[in-house]
Design a protein around this ligand. Structure first.
Ligand SMILES: [Zn+2]
Ligand SMILES: [Zn+2]
Length: 394
């Protein structure tokens, strides 16, 4: 067995202790004080230099201070939902680590612990980034703005997201794409403004409900007729609201939803045409559309050269328990995109339990629990990647 994996396995009780503490603290967005203090205290106890560069955004560095710099990123925010797992360390404050970020933070603490023990093998610097507010996709950009990629300047970066509830999620399986991996995400909010009135006299009103329905239908044109057949795109309407009673034409209607794409060209096409169709249809129907995109992130594109170079280093930890391809292999979106846009980066997926082994829930379900045995694999993979990349690029 690889020596780092053996050490990470021996570290399992500590990994579990850290993960369960952070799990129980919960917390949403930047409201992660207890977890942030826990992480800072643990780093200090290891003798690792760390500082908080934004509220609950922590950076630690390990190494000799010369050579290149590898950044490893973990988020540690939970979601605003009542936890339903029944676990003895369940959060009870209306937040739930249903995306597994508690494991991410614990694995990064484990990585710090192991790297500190092997500091003499580090031919450069490893920077560890503990990030708040991934779920509302603002934490990563805030930490970049506060300088996480500078002093020392980051050369490459790695991250991982655990995953359970599908057949591919064998414990410790590392999955990564050599290209685009997470989709872009643009949340839209559209308000159709008309003029309300009596349901029996639509001719003296401007009906925002008809305008909204027409616009929702017209938006289907984009994916079916405008996005090239070889590309992928999703336009989802998740909410529509209007009106109070059957015989009043309301003055406003509202829709919200999300646009997901896997390339910047398709993203530009979809977001531009979607806005045009909403505004144009509103106008055609005698109304106006007030339009806003929120919580936008780019697609995450793994760096091809790095994604190919790292393969033997992953194999040293996982043996054959890995999968890599040029297809998008992750679900949803990630604000890690801003790091991947700035420096060559790879974000992986780490298997944390299949349905056959009782892990039937997927991310963001308040019943989900993950197999904690995934954590040593995550730690050993990070350590092996950082040490070997720095050795190969000194
Ligand atoms: Zn999530
Ligand atoms: Zn997540």
């Amino acid at each position: 067995m690889n020596k780092y994996l053996a050490e990470a396995q021996a570290m399992f009780p500590q990994l579990q202790k850290d993960q369960q503490a952070i799990h129980q603290f919960g917390g949403v967005g930047y409201d992660l004080r207890q977890s942030a203090d826990y992480i800072l205290a643990e780093l200090k106890a290891m003798g690792v230099e760390a500082k908080e560069i934004i509220d609950c955004g922590i950076v630690a560095t390990i190494g000799k201070g010369n050579g290149k710099t590898v950044l490893i990123r973990a988020d540690f925010d939970a979601l605003p939902q009542e936890e339903q797992t029944g676990l003895p360390y369940a959060a009870t404050n209306g937040s739930c680590h249903s995306c597994g970020h508690d494991h991410h933070a614990s694995m990064l603490l484990g990585t710090a612990r192991m790297l500190k023990a092997h500091e003499d093998e580090i031919e450069g610097t490893v920077k560890l980034m503990f990030q708040p507010d991934e779920e509302s996709v603002t934490g990563c950009a805030a930490m970049i703005k506060a300088g996480v990629l500078e002093n020392p300047k980051v050369d490459v970066s790695f991250a991982t997201h655990i995953e359970a509830g599908t057949d591919r999620d064998e414990v410790g399986k590392v999955i990564w794409s050599t290209g685009v991996t997470y989709s872009s995400s643009d949340r839209f909010e559209v308000t159709f403004k008309g003029e309300g009135g009596h349901g029996a006299q639509p001719h003296v009103t401007k009906d925002p409900i008809t305008a909204m329905c027409q616009a929702v239908t017209s938006a289907q044109h984009i994916v079916s007729m405008e996005v090239p057949a070889k590309e992928r795109a999703v336009i989802t309407f998740g909410q529509i609201h209007s009106g109070t009673v059957f015989n009043i034409i309301p003055s406003e209607s509202h829709v919200s939803g999300t646009i997901r794409t896997y390339s910047s060209d398709v993203r530009e096409l979809c977001t531009r045409r979607f806005k045009e169709i909403m505004e144009g249809t509103a106008k055609m129907m005698n109304c106006e559309a007030e339009f806003e995109y929120r919580n936008s992130v780019d697609c995450v594109v793994n760096n091809y050269d790095l994604a190919v170079e790292m393969k033997p280093w992953v194999q040293e930890i996982c043996g054959d328990n890995y999968f890599t391809s040029d297809e998008p292999l992750s679900f949803g979106s990630e604000d890690y995109c801003w790091i991947a846009n700035a420096v060559p980066s790879v974000i992986m997926t780490l298997g944390a339990g299949t349905p056959a082994n009782g892990y039937i829930y997927t991310a963001h379900n308040p019943h989900i629990h993950f197999d904690p045995n995934c954590m040593p694999y995550g730690v050993a993979t990070f350590v092996n990647l950082a040490i070997n990349w720095l050795k190969a690029h000194k």
